[in-house]
Design a protein around this ligand. Structure first.
Ligand code: ZN
Length: 463
């Protein structure tokens, strides 16, 4: 009998990791990093609740670190098999996992200097660049919509999940003792009608579905409203004469913004602005997006085929080096600055806050989720002062929240996607906080009479 166990993203939104055992074999779907408070992140160092060397293969839904970020650790601790993913996921992992290893090594070196001064025992990084190199070599890139036999009795097909470039719904067919069973893992599902990415592919057949529920209890504002809101903010920012700061995640959100600035260039009066993309990782991720026009939705493909570069509005300035980034500090008005980190806790955005946020003609636009405890969250909650490198800085800028730019399906999107299954298979909800799972489960039962399971961490279910 096949079983599935939940070792992450069960009642929380990070650390995705599901173990499937059947016919004497073990495979994982995702092996993501646990993100959040320092106590949450310390859990990444704990042993895996299975032996990595016993895992035969991994199926990776997409490149975001909460799905891919512990793969180098898995390899470091003995996993030696193939990691199947979409080819764009491979390209994005090449950037993101290297960046993660680089941060691990630098932070550990810094921490060890501190420990050495105090005479404490030295610590090891979660994984190194060498572990990441070995992981990247194990990635087996596949296209969408093609069914492969990856092992005897195990078939795999990836379908476009429409969340970020290469993001996949994983369809698995298990053959055991003459019986075929089909499991479908949603991964992260995209937001319907979002720019650039197509809508998530709907699937008709499954014996069991494992679905995300990040925004299971919420509805996003419509795209039309979101675009109008952006235009209104840019109009008012143009009148006040200052700069606009947009903290953004390097993969997904940044490309959506660049695309929208180009697409609405006339309408939004973009010729009056200079746009600065001030993030080496976002620049690299944008290059990956530019190499995969076949994965865009119809509108973005049309825009592209008209000779437009979809992520290069006419007034875009690329800022790769520290010197280029520091040069932006002297600009007093007319600049739209896109920089990381998305939740404002690190990266170059903090430098731009230091130079702008105390000016009352500055506007900050939050386009992504701001988790509890982050600097971004304090700003949207109306903080009057923030601390930057030990200095107290007044917040005089106007802070705007544009919720509609989410890369995740909302409650309606999740209900619609599940509604695509003709046989109403049992449904396991993962990747959502308890309140979101509960809200979604209620609607799924009401509208689709679905049998909904909400597993706990470590729980085993028969498939
Ligand atoms: Zn994701």
């Amino acid at each position: 009998m096949a079983t599935i166990r939940f070792f992450g993203a069960a009642g929380e939104v990070t650390g995705s990791c599901f173990l499937l055992s059947f016919d004497g074999r073990k495979v994982l779907v995702d092996c993501g990093l646990i993100q959040g408070t320092p106590a949450d992140e310390a859990r990444n160092f704990e042993p895996f609740p299975f032996s990595p060397s016993e895992i035969d293969a991994v199926f990776l839904t997409h490149a975001h670190l909460d799905h891919s970020g512990r793969l180098p650790l898995l390899v470091k601790r003995g996993f030696n098999g193939p990691i199947y993913c979409h080819s764009a996921t491979r390209d994005l992992c090449d950037i993101m996992l290297r960046d993660a290893a680089d941060i691990n090594e630098k932070e550990t070196a810094w921490e060890n200097q501190r420990r050495e001064r105090k005479g404490l025992e030295l610590c090891e990084p979660l994984y190194t660049m060498a572990d990441t190199e070995r992981t990247l070599q194990s990635l087996c890139p596949l296209p969408f919509s093609k069914r492969y036999q990856v092992q005897p009795g195990l078939e795999l097909q990836l379908q476009d999940a429409g969340h970020i470039l290469g993001s996949s719904v994983v369809e698995l067919w298990l053959h055991e003792e003459g019986v075929e069973r089909k499991l479908v893992f949603s991964g992260d599902l995209g937001h319907r009608d979002a720019p650039v990415m197509p809508n998530p592919v709907r699937i008709a057949e499954a014996d069991m579905v494992i679905m995300e529920s990040t925004y299971g209890d919420r509805l996003h504002r419509s795209w039309d409203d979101t675009l109008q809101e952006m235009q209104a903010i840019l109009d008012s920012a143009a009148q006040s004469g200052g700069n606009v700061l947009i903290p953004a995640f390097a993969v997904g959100r940044t490309q959506d913004l660049l695309y929208c600035f180009g697409r609405h260039f006339q309408q939004w009066g973009m010729k009056h602005w200079s746009i600065y993309l001030d993030s080496p990782m976002a620049i690299e991720a944008t290059e990956v997006y530019s190499r995969h026009p076949d994965l865009y939705d119809a509108e973005a493909r049309h825009f592209y085929s008209g000779g437009q570069k979809p992520f290069s509005p006419a007034n875009l300035h690329i800022s790769r080096t520290t010197e280029q980034s520091m040069a932006i500090n002297g600009i007093r008005g007319g600049a739209i600055i896109i920089a990381g980190s998305g939740m404002c806790d690190g990266g170059r955005i903090k430098h731009h806050f230091k130079h702008n946020i105390w000016r009352d003609n500055c506007h900050v636009i939050m386009v992504g989720y701001q988790a509890e405890g982050t600097l971004g969250r304090r700003l949207i909650e109306g903080a009057e002062h923030i601390r930057l490198w030990g200095e107290t800085v007044r917040v005089a800028a106007q802070i705007h929240t544009l919720g509609g730019f989410s890369a995740h399906a909302d409650q309606q999107g999740l209900l619609d996607w599940y509604g695509g299954f003709s046989s109403r298979p049992p449904l396991i909800l993962v990747h959502g906080e308890e309140q979101a799972r509960e809200g979604l489960a209620l609607q799924l039962k009401k509208r689709h009479a679905a049998r909904v399971i909400r597993p706990e961490y470590g729980q085993t279910l028969e498939v």
